[in-house]
Design a protein around this ligand. Structure first.
Ligand code: EPU
Length: 343
């Protein structure tokens, strides 16, 4: 593995903020990573990144090497009957991989179209959209354990998936960066069962006069919805939803509903999920900037997305996040947790 010194990270985070890695390397194979592990200083935990689409750098990274896990490729592992096992390498761009599965006649990931980032980061976050999470189709995750220098595979159960959560966010022994995800396997289907429970998709398909949608039709509908609501990171820096939707107890939700009858609420197993975007919009932050001349702002179309209008620093975006969070706390008594990783 070849380390670069004082490496600029602007092109490696979709917020497009400037930060420097004192040491940076791209990992293009498991073999390279294992060889590096054999010779490295074990006390040092590297910072692992993928496509940088769920990451906010508020400072330079000096204490640890930054490793971008980027091996490429995708293949069918097992194809028998209706279930097909596919494997993608961690550095495959997620959306390209979804399109590849659709081209193979496979369904299961269509609702997750157009999510930015790499395949390897998908299980960390348990990425989800339009009523589907990868926890439903992820079969297993192959990693390199940087603490031991050995490989380790996680079954779906061992991944301990939750809402935007998994074992990889807080694995054993404070080791968020302990496991470098190298490959992810998915169990997909040749028989398409549409998942249209999320209102917008049905409406979008009806508008296009699609009555018997294929998986590709659903993918196209999801792409259209995302493009209409969410800013394209290639045009305006952002990391998608900046906060998780908070989950509160039923009694708290009832109280809030009495005070704010229009508040969207979604009852689930773990409690009642609130729409952080709605909460933020009520505080008046939607479309605003940290201060009039700041380039850190809240997106005009979706209050859950913080954006970099140009030259905002990561620290400024974080300051904006704190201000938004404080106002939501004050107005609703609800705490918002950041969704991206903040360095
Ligand atoms: N809303 C507002 N104002 C806003 C934004 C949203 O009132 O400015 C309301 C909407 O009207 C709706 C509710 O909030 O009633 C939920 O909004 P939306 O359907 O846009 O979904 P979300 O809960 O804000 C989540 C995910 C998205 C995912 C969408 C669709 C999280 C944190 N975010 O957003 O994921 O695409 O659902 O499934 O769970 C991401 O994680 O980066 C991401 C974009």
């Amino acid at each position: 593995m070849h380390f670069l010194r004082n490496f600029p990270l602007r092109a490696f985070n979709t917020f497009g903020v400037q930060a420097t890695a004192q040491r940076f390397a791209t990992v293009s194979s498991e073999h390279d990573l294992l060889s590096w592990c054999a010779s490295r200083d074990r006390d040092e935990t590297p910072l692992l990144i993928g496509g940088g689409s769920n990451l906010l750098f508020t400072r330079d990274v000096v204490e640890a090497p930054v490793l971008q896990i980027a091996p490429r490729g995708a293949r069918v592992v097992f194809d028998e009957g209706d279930t097909v096992l596919v494997e993608a390498m961690a550095g495959e761009p997620w959306h390209a991989f979804v399109l590849w599965t659709l081209a193979q006649g496979l369904s299961g990931l269509e609702n997750l179209s157009l999510i930015p980032g790499f395949v390897g980061a998908a299980p960390v976050q348990n990425i989800g959209a339009y009523g589907v999470e990868i926890s439903e189709s992820c079969d297993s995750v192959a990693t390199v354990d940087l603490a031991t220098g050995n490989t380790r595979e996680f079954s779906n159960t061992e991944c301990a998936f939750g809402y935007r959560d998994s074992v990889f966010k807080h694995a054993e022994a404070a080791a968020r960066d302990r496991y470098a995800i190298m490959r992810v396997r998915f169990r997909l289907s040749r028989k398409f069962t549409p998942r249209l429970d999320y209102g917008d998709i049905k409406a979008r398909l009806e508008r296009s006069n699609v009555t018997q949608p294929s998986a590709s039709d659903v993918s196209r509908a999801v792409i259209a919805i995302r493009q209409s609501k969410l800013p394209d990171p290639a045009v305006i820096g952002n990391a998608g939803s900046f906060f998780k939707n908070p989950v509160v107890e039923a009694s708290v939700a009832n109280d809030l509903k009495a005070r704010f009858p229009a508040m969207p609420q979604y009852a689930g197993k773990a409690g009642v999920k609130l729409a952080a975007g709605w909460l933020i919009e009520q505080t008046g932050w939607k479309g605003r900037r940290l201060h009039p001349f700041s380039e850190a702002g809240v997106h005009t179309q979706h209050a859950l997305v913080l954006v970099n209008h140009g030259a905002a620093t990561g620290a400024e975006i974080w300051e904006l996040a704190e201000a938004v969070r404080a106002d939501v706390q004050e107005m609703f008594g609800v705490a918002l947790d950041a969704e991206p990783r903040v360095v």
